[in-house]
Design a protein around this ligand. Structure first.
Ligand code: AMP
Ligand code: MG
Length: 385
């Protein structure tokens, strides 16, 4: 199949004319990849069982991993669900359109091929103007998982989509790089307390503030334990494994404490090293120590003759002596790290390194989503220092 690629001129104000053909393809059961504020989605008619099957085939995705139905306005929610729980109304009011997916009891209209056989349906209303307008013009809810081959990092540019989907789908709508860079937060609103099934840009802190307290599905907090079933079936898959073996370096609590205790041995040692380096120090001790330890692990590995890369940050980049290094963003900006995360992982696949060592990040706010994706990519392979 020839995959057509169209480029949206002004992605904040797409013209209907630019999107008519894509909307028609969706309506008629074909597949169109399009930008959203989170990552690129691979869209098909969510009410068409055949379209859902085509999505699974194009991605090579297991068909028990349900799809998210995307809508453009509140009126489009009602036909898809049996009821809208109070928490769902509150969240929709506050965070839709936006990077939030909610799980509802499904109506008979939604085929089981879209929900992977579940009696619930995941729904999101994207805020990206191109996505929103395309869904409106299609006139059908649009099932849209990330537009990557299953097992590869999610696509954050149209080029990433092209690499994975060229020849497999009818069209790619190119709206430039996405904004957020990690997939939506998934919240189950069907129980008494809202539960986060996947962390994203609508953070636990934001939800706690709204509801007092929300729950977090234990499956997203650590490696999959025997007998634990994640409530979002997709979270059970080892999402994406880089070609090189990825190790995250994390600081122990006691290390961080020592770094903030003047007079401790570590504090004196690190202060001395920072002074000796003769650079004009802009780094805090924690970031400096992190970079030092990541570099140390990488250099040790390099000495065995392996090809090694590091995932560093703008602030720490100069500290590294290893050959291959890529900045994932600024330590001071979680937004920048989320934005670059998948592109950097794709980059390392292309570079063909044997081992990757990565800095880690605080697990709060958007950091929960960042660490969730990095941990999954690393298969929870963590070196505590
Ligand atoms: P993706 O489409 O790649 O963003 O992945 C969709 C995610 O939503 C997967 O982790 C699915 O398991 C999850 N999901 C979709 N529908 C449901 C549902 N009805 N209940 C729980 N999780 C769901
Ligand atoms: Mg995905």
């Amino acid at each position: 199949m020839d995959t057509k690629r169209i480029v949206i001129k002004d992605k904040e104000n797409p013209e209907d004319q630019e999107l008519f053909e894509a909307a028609r393809i969706l309506r008629e059961g074909g597949l169109v990849a399009f930008p959203t504020e989170t990552v690129y989605g691979l869209g098909g008619n969510a009410l068409d069982a055949d379209a859902a099957r085509k999505i699974y085939a194009a991605k090579g995705r297991p068909s028990d991993n349900p799809l998210i139905a995307h809508i453009s306005c509140m009126e489009e929610l009602e036909p898809l669900v049996r009821e809208i729980p109070e928490a769902g109304r509150v969240l929709a009011e506050k965070y839709w359109p936006g990077p939030l997916t909610m799980i509802f009891p499904k109506s008979d209209l939604v085929p089981y091929s879209t929900t992977g056989g579940l009696d619930t349906v995941a729904v999101r209303m994207p805020s990206d103007p191109t996505a929103n307008r395309l869904i409106r013009l299609a006139g059908v809810p649009v099932a849209a998982p990330s537009a990557n081959t299953s097992g590869r990092p999610s696509p954050t540019t149209a080029d990433h989509v092209w690499q994975d989907m060229n020849g497999k789908i009818e069209m790619i709508v190119d709206g430039g790089p996405v904004g957020i860079g990690v997939e939506s937060t998934i919240v189950d609103v069907s129980g008494p307390v809202p539960t986060i099934l996947r962390p994203g840009a609508i953070t636990q802190e934001m939800l706690d503030e709204l509801f007092g307290h929300v729950m977090v599905d234990p499956a997203i907090l650590g490696p999959m334990k025997e007998g634990v079933r994640p409530k979002a079936p997709g979270m059970k898959y080892k999402h994406y494994a880089p070609k090189g073996e990825l190790t995250l370096i994390e600081l122990k609590d006691e290390t961080i404490k020592a770094l903030y205790t003047p007079g401790s041995r570590l504090y004196s040692q690190v202060s001395r090293m920072m002074a000796d380096s003769g650079k004009n120090w802009k780094l805090d001790m924690e970031s400096f120590y992190m970079a030092w330890k990541v570099n140390e692990a990488a250099v040790q590995r390099e000495q065995t003759g392996a090809k090694v890369g590091v995932i560093c940050t703008d602030e720490t980049m100069d500290e590294y002596t290893v050959a291959v290094k890529r900045s994932i963003g600024r330590r001071s900006s979680q937004d920048s790290v989320a934005h670059n995360l998948y592109a950097v992982l794709r980059d390392f696949d292309d570079l063909g390194v044997d081992y990757i060592y990565s800095e880690s990040f605080a697990d709060t706010h958007l950091g929960s989503a960042i660490m969730n994706r990095l941990n999954k990519a690393a298969g929870y392979h963590i070196l505590m220092v």
